[in-house]
Design a protein around this ligand. Structure first.
Ligand code: HEM
Length: 126
């Protein structure tokens, strides 16, 4: 899980900082392997354009039917989704079902590399 902490302008971090000054927003990150474990009619996740949707409760309501979703259950359905040509209303509706974002172990490595390089970027020694 990645936690983004946003401070209000002028907000002071550290002891005594008011809780109200800090707004937290969490974005769950899942690997394709984790998404693949949600591949049944009782627990159906799909990946569309990097975002992960839990469409279990939407199976019966999907205008395109439940079968197209179940075929892609636990998998990346971006191509099929785009091929169907979804409307802007469909895109708005989808937001309700987002459970997270796709990630790879590689992105964790890149993050670690950036963190390790940070002291050198800020260094006064040239
Ligand atoms: C959260 C995910 C999804 C939502 C909210 C959603 C929503 C919708 C909606 C509202 C429509 C009606 C037409 C429109 O307004 O565009 C539709 C049609 C359709 N959807 Fe989806 N959809 C989702 C995912 C998918 C996926 C993953 C696939 C394919 C694997 C798919 C395949 C289709 C097809 C084939 C139609 C056309 C049905 C027809 O015109 O007969 N949808 N979808």
């Amino acid at each position: 899980m990645v936690e983004l902490v946003l401070l209000d302008e002028g907000g002071v971090a550290g002891p005594g900082a008011g809780r109200s000054q800090v707004e937290s927003m969490s974005i769950e990150k899942y690997t394709v392997e984790e998404v693949a474990t949600h591949s049944s009619a009782d627990d159906c996740w799909v990946i569309i354009h990097g975002k992960i949707y839990d469409v279990t409760k939407y199976l019966d309501d999907h205008p395109g039917g439940d079968q197209v979703l179940l075929v892609s259950a636990g998998e990346d359905a971006t191509e099929e989704f785009d091929d169907a040509g979804h409307s802007t209303d469909a895109w708005k509706l989808m937001e309700k079902y987002v459970v997270g974002q796709e990630t790879t172990d590689l992105s964790a490595l890149i993050l670690l590399e950036r963190m390790l390089m940070l002291p050198f970027k800020n260094s006064r020694l040239k």
